[in-house]
Design a protein around this ligand. Structure first.
Ligand code: SF4
Length: 280
């Protein structure tokens, strides 16, 4: 597709299934959202799309392949290039303009159950291991975005049937039967958490994010490099060594991660991660 989307599906903008809403509420009650308090807010809006966008009739789920062709091994795959929020939102706005669509575009910044809508629209399956959406032919290395449109569609997608086996939650103690316990998740700790790490916390190969459950996902075998330039790492990032990371200055950080999602951790947070990573 010219704008870089690898999948597109339409779902009727109805309230989400009661079983999904109950599962989400239970997940919150267990405290699994850790310090991400925004996930506790606007729960009703998350479950009922017309509370977010009055008059919404159709939810369009779009996916972009983010698998980079080359990788800086210390950074999670999704964050090797430019910030997907910016890249994807501008492509989605372009799509709306090109097609004369009325509505709003969301990329991971509004109370939207994005994987649920992607599944409902038929663009992918929700995998058991880490709750990824996996798009046939691309695997779980995809970003999702949603268009909330106020017009009806002629035809809506249907969820894909999966014959794939449920994969193990045993790969990581953060993956429980009730969902991801963010408190025990390296991704959460290195990206969202502010302050010191819990006692006994160790890092694996990455100091920003964690790809262990993504790579262990059986559908990861379908992932293949995107030719999207925005999601490729710069040569400067590729050339960074452990010694370079240990001596990263704030000016270098600003230039290395200009326009990157890595900035979410801030310089102090990233240096906390790097110190822990070097001593793990
Ligand atoms: S991202 Fe890493 S720490 Fe978090 S659930 Fe997956 S494997 Fe576990």
């Amino acid at each position: 597709m010219r704008l870089g989307f690898v999948a597109c599906g339409l779902a009727k903008a109805e309230p989400v299934a009661e079983s999904v809403a109950a599962h989400y509420r239970r997940w919150l009650e267990l405290g699994y959202c850790a310090g991400m308090d925004y996930l506790r807010r606007n729960v009703e809006m998350r479950m009922q799309p017309d509370l977010l966008v009055p008059g919404v009739k159709t939810i369009v789920s779009l996916a972009m392949n983010f698998m980079p062709a080359r990788q800086q091994p210390a950074i999670s795959l999704y964050a090797q290039g430019k910030d997907y929020h910016d890249v994807m939102r501008s492509r989605m706005r372009q799509l709306m303009e090109d097609m004369g669509l009325e509505g709003r575009a969301f990329v991971d910044t509004a109370p939207v159950l994005e994987r649920y809508w992607a599944w409902r629209s038929g663009i992918g399956i929700i995998t058991q291991n880490g709750g990824f959406i996996s798009v046939p032919g691309y695997g779980p290395t995809v970003f999702l975005g949603e268009l909330f449109l106020t017009s009806e569609a002629d035809h809506y997608g249907s969820p894909l049937q999966s014959s794939l086996p449920a994969s193990c939650g045993a790969i990581c103690p953060a993956l429980t039967a009730e969902g991801l316990d963010a408190r025990r998740c390296i991704s959460y700790q290195t990206i969202e958490h502010r302050g010191s790490f819990p006692t006994g916390f160790h890092l694996g190969p990455t100091f920003y994010g964690c790809d262990r459950c993504l790579r262990a996902n059986p559908q990861f075998a379908e992932a293949h490099p995107t030719d999207e330039p925005a999601f490729q790492p710069s040569d400067d990032l590729l050339n960074m060594t452990p010694d370079d990371w240990a001596h990263l200055t704030e000016d270098q950080y600003q230039s290395l991660f200009k326009g990157s999602a890595v900035k979410r951790a801030k310089y102090d947070g990233l240096m906390r991660n790097i110190c822990c990573w070097l001593s793990s």
